[in-house]
Design a protein around this ligand. Structure first.
Ligand code: PAF
Length: 279
């Protein structure tokens, strides 16, 4: 595996892979890799000739009071994990390489970015769309891999790709969970033992709502109410939202239909957790 830190080297390597007719699979990450990331890398390995992984903690997607400074990092561990999944290129640019000047060009995906996470974290999806667009231009992938855990992020990226006619196929793979159901996330490392135990309530709430749905309760309001009640049984959990949305637009669904996803976000201590389940 080759580690590269410059945009120019990554671009010229990507260009030569393309000239040789090789398919490039790309897994963009912010590091502190877990099984969720590794499942994306393994899929990329299965489906492509070349696998590129990027690790870049992107400042433009963090709000001024968010956790940019304390975001967990493990350069050495991440390198080993990338190597163990058979990645070919690890792209690890510094902030000055990605943003040599104060950024003045941004990608905004309207509507889908404004709801839910976007309403609570203004500017977050503008930062995500901007860095992913930049990374796509640097890595030149045929296919890029994202986890369903960040459901709204996946919708934003899909719509960006469509809206800008980017020639990249977006693959979304299922959320990887701990044995007790907690969705894997680099931010789980912030949880203390009590918070970690309480955090399992999110998946319990989602699974209960899905079971009710499969058994015949189709009304979004009833399903949301049940999920919220279950989360609130954990006194430390502060619910940000429990919402049922259309999978493509992320618009709130009020009448039962197909293609619905239940999304939850809650805070425990200083940590925000998100999760979702397709109904
Ligand atoms: O999901 C993430 O880790 C990040 O939002 C991404 C897609 C790598 C962009 O910084």
């Amino acid at each position: 595996m080759k580690t590269i830190t410059t945009i120019a080297d990554t671009q010229s390597l990507a260009e030569s892979f393309r000239r040789e007719g090789k398919r490039i699979g790309f897994v963009p990450t912010m590091g502190f890799l877990h099984e969720g990331h590794l499942s994306l890398m393994r899929r990329a390995r299965d489906e492509n000739d070349i696998v590129v992984v990027s690790i870049f903690v992107n400042p433009t997607q963090f709000g001024p009071k968010e956790d940019l400074d304390r975001y967990p990092r493990d350069a050495e561990g991440d390198r080993n994990k990338c190597e163990s999944t058979g990645a070919d290129i690890l792209f690890t640019p510094g902030v000055k390489e990605m943003y040599p000047e104060k950024p003045e060009v941004f990608v905004t995906v309207e509507d889908v970015s404004d709801r839910l996470e976007g309403a609570i974290r203004p500017g977050h999806f503008r930062g995500v769309a901007t860095v992913v667009a930049k990374l796509f231009h640097i890595v030149k992938p045929h296919r890029a891999y994202f986890g369903q855990k960040d459901f709204q992020q996946c919708a934003v990226i899909r719509r960006m790709v469509k809206g800008l006619n980017l020639d990249v196929d977006v693959a979304v793979l299922p959320t990887v969970r701990e044995p007790d159901g907690l969705a894997m996330s680099s931010r789980n490392s912030y949880l203390n033992a009590d918070e970690r135990r309480a955090a399992t309530v999110l998946f319990r709430a989602l699974s209960t709502a899905r079971t009710l749905f499969l058994e015949g309760t189709k009304t979004p309001e009833k399903l949301k109410k049940t999920a919220k009640r279950i989360i609130e049984e954990e006194p430390e959990m502060i619910v940000d939202y429990v919402e049922i949305v259309d999978r493509e637009t992320l618009a709130q669904v009020t009448t039962p239909g197909r293609e619905m996803t239940l999304l939850v976000a809650a805070k425990i201590g200083k940590t925000r957790l998100i999760d979702n389940i397709m109904l």
